[in-house]
Design a binder for this molecule. Structure first.
Ligand SMILES: O=P(O)(O)OC[C@H]1O[C@H](O[C@H]2O[C@H](CO)[C@@H](O)[C@H](O)[C@H]2O)[C@H](O)[C@@H](O)[C@@H]1O
Length: 262
């Protein structure tokens, strides 16, 4: 296959990737779960496609190319999972907590009041999870997540989510995010679009390319414009300009960009 070709991607997307790759300065960023790593039953079992992460690491070494993984996960959790695929991720930036957690000091900036609210919300969700076998609570520096993917059946998962929506989600100061078989309650405002804005400004980039699969990625897509490229991974409504069938093609998108940048 010649450089820059790809029989697996839509022709319109390939043309857009070639034009993007030719720009002087760019940001290439991807979501983690559902993009770099296929969705699995348990969050700790998620594994990134080594080829996709390798392409991102290689892109980071190309001049005037900023790369990042912008995830809903806690940054430390994200770092541990990325390290399995690429022990040395070199220049790939990691942004956790849905676009708010850029560094290791993030947790220290949560106020005492926010910390107290988070403890309360996590306890509330814990009580709900205890009623529905298979459901569980994931805690992060500024949020708690009710996972219902492994509930006994749809009725149980719907009931658990509804209890969370009507209960802890209504506490003052709580910010609600719906995701894939999850309800996330944060004590700060989050948004992946803001993270893309920062990455764009920090590198003075001409354009941003972002791949995402979940509801939270729509916020990221909403911050893209002009020469930017938005790519929805998988099914579902989206405002993204392009779509690929699933996470198995994310590495291919990054490969085409890498060839183009080189
Ligand atoms: O922004 P992302 O990188 O896509 O992170 C979104 C959430 O990913 C994780 O949950 C999702 O993936 C799990 C593993 O495949 C799956 O079991 C779960 O149902 C999904 O919602 C992670 O656990 C969350 O903290 C992230 O917010």
């Amino acid at each position: 296959m010649a450089t820059g070709e790809s029989p697996q991607l839509p022709a319109e997307l390939i043309a857009a990737l070639h034009a993007f790759a030719a720009l002087p300065t760019v940001v290439v960023a991807s979501d983690f779960d559902g993009c770099l790593a296929p969705i699995v039953a348990h969050p700790t079992d998620a594994r990134a496609d080594p080829a996709a992460v390798a392409a991102l690491v290689a892109l980071a070494a190309v001049p005037a190319t900023t790369t990042a993984i912008v995830s809903g996960r806690a940054r430390a959790d994200l770092a541990a999972l990325v390290a399995i695929a690429a022990p040395d991720r070199c220049g790939v930036a990691l942004v956790g907590s849905h676009g708010t957690e850029f560094d290791d000091d993030f947790a220290t900036r949560i106020t005492d009041a926010e910390r107290a609210l988070l403890a309360q919300v996590a306890a509330d969700l814990g009580e709900i999870a205890a009623q529905f076998p298979g459901t569980m609570v994931e805690t992060k520096p500024a949020s708690a997540v009710l996972h219902v993917r492994n509930a006994a059946d749809r009725a149980h998962s719907d009931a658990a989510l509804e209890l969370a929506r009507r209960g802890p989600a209504t506490r003052p100061g709580v910010h609600v995010t719906e995701g894939k078989a999850v309800l996330e309650l944060a004590v700060i405002e989050t948004g992946k679009g803001h993270a893309l804005d920062l990455l764009r400004a920090q590198s003075d980039a001409d354009a941003v390319c972002y791949l995402g699969d979940d509801v939270t990625d729509e916020n990221a897509f909403s911050h893209l414009r002009g020469s930017d490229i938005s790519i929805k991974v998988g099914d579902g409504n989206t405002i993204a300009r392009h779509r690929i069938a699933g996470p198995n093609l994310v590495g291919e998108v990054l490969r085409v960009l890498l060839e183009g940048r080189r």
